[in-house]
Design a protein around this ligand. Structure first.
Ligand SMILES: Cc1cc2nc3c(=O)[nH]c(=O)nc-3n(C[C@H](O)[C@H](O)[C@H](O)COP(=O)(O)O)c2cc1C
Ligand SMILES: CC(C)CC(=O)C(=O)O
Length: 359
């Protein structure tokens, strides 16, 4: 297969997927201001290389929460991979394992977390929303522990799913046959049908998410699992400091790919403040608009330990299933290896704040 750039996978996915599914995948909240803002913020950052460094043997491998990765790269939690390919998350897990990337499985995965784990040869994290029915959440956590998941990622930027105009206009609902098979069907049953002016996705949150949780509730979760806890959707240094005080092991700096608070700051613009507030006491992961190996380097310079891609994995999946996801990840990895050499940064630990300039 000829080498494709990420934008070719995007174009192919757009052709393959139905209009409403494409809109669900690509769309943002409110004015969709953040869909371009996240990319613009990364583009404004320029890399400053060092010269005359021996880069004859660059080593992109790293460790994240104790798991070895081939590079500081992973896949962000994205609901319902079967929207892009019948094999869904099982295909994605196979691809992530083949490349040595982390795969964060969404609570709203369309394949069972056990089937996904059986296909995985790399580390898996499980993402959770805090459900009103806590016993459903705990049941899922037990299953994740038994299936060998390495961390739980609690998404904290979604007390409710924001208004997403494309989904509302399309009355978007996941097609029959694709279901959130890991969430109690009794919890989910009402949430698969759109109502007038509201997508079924918005109903998921209205009916199931608990918008009353606070920092105090984290202790309750901590007592119920031995897995490391990661908070996803943190955008302020104050919250990062608070998370560290609560003993949280990781943070995903993210604005949910522009799908939650409209006009939220781009995640990469919050990264340095958050990394400084965390002060090396927890691991820092960045997501949002990462589309090139250079973006991985930019994240590392500003204090991230790894970066995640969301939509690009689904573009690869829609294009050619597991092979497509693998090629997307390999493209990013190849670009990152080249950036390492050209930056004079042969190891992941060689990326520092001085390697980046805001233009
Ligand atoms: C279609 C779609 C579904 C998503 N589902 C989830 C989810 O279930 N849980 C979650 O925490 N984030 C979810 N996200 C947000 C991603 O984890 C991630 O923050 C975002 O997509 C990163 O930006 P990128 O797509 O530009 O790489 C979703 C994003 C998309 C595009
Ligand atoms: C099922 C949804 C709540 C998934 C999500 O987080 C999203 O669509 O951004």
């Amino acid at each position: 297969m000829a080498e494709l750039a990420l934008r070719d996978y995007e174009a192919s996915a757009r052709e393959q997927l139905s209009g409403p599914v494409w809109d669900f995948l690509e769309g943002g909240s409110g004015t969709e201001s953040m869909l371009t803002a996240g990319r613009d913020a990364l583009d404004r950052l320029r890399l400053r290389p060092r010269c005359l460094v021996d880069v004859s043997a660059c080593e992109p491998a790293t460790t994240l929460l104790g798991a070895r990765l081939a590079a500081p790269l992973g896949i962000a939690p994205v609901a319902y991979h079967q929207l892009a390919h019948p094999e869904g998350e099982v295909a994605t897990a196979r691809a992530a394992g083949a490349v040595g990337a982390l795969f964060t499985v969404s609570m709203f995965a369309s394949r069972t977390i056990e089937d996904i784990a059986a296909a995985a040869t790399g580390p898996l994290w499980l993402q959770l929303y805090w459900l009103k029915r806590r016993e459903s959440m705990i049941g899922l956590i037990r299953r994740a522990e038994d299936a060998g998941y390495r961390a739980l990622v609690l998404t904290v930027d979604a007390p409710l799913v924001a208004h997403r105009p494309r989904d509302a206009r399309n009355g978007f609902a996941v097609p029959a046959g694709i279901r959130a098979v890991n969430v109690d069907s009794s919890v989910m049953s009402a949430s698969y049908e759109a109502e007038a002016g509201e997508s079924a996705i918005a109903r998921h949150s209205k009916e199931q998410f608990d918008p009353s949780i606070t920092w105090a509730d984290l202790e309750w979760l901590r007592e119920r699992t031995s897995l490391p806890l990661v908070l996803k959707g943190v955008l302020s240094g104050e919250d990062a400091g608070r998370a560290v005080e609560c003993g949280i092991e990781g943070l995903v700096v993210s604005n949910h790919g522009g799908r939650q608070l409209d006009f939220a700051l781009p995640a990469v613009d919050a990264l340095q403040e958050i990394a400084e507030a965390a002060g090396g006491r927890c691991q820092i992961v960045l997501d949002g608009a990462v589309r090139h190996g250079a973006d991985i380097a930019k994240g590392l310079c500003l204090g991230a330990d790894a970066v995640l891609v969301g939509r690009p994995a689904l573009w690869g999946l829609a294009h050619s299933g597991s092979d497509g996801v693998e090629s997307v990840l390999r493209t990013l990895l190849g670009e990152f290896s080249e950036v390492m050499a050209l930056m004079g940064a042969p190891r992941v630990s060689d990326f520092h704040r001085s390697g980046i300039v805001r233009s």
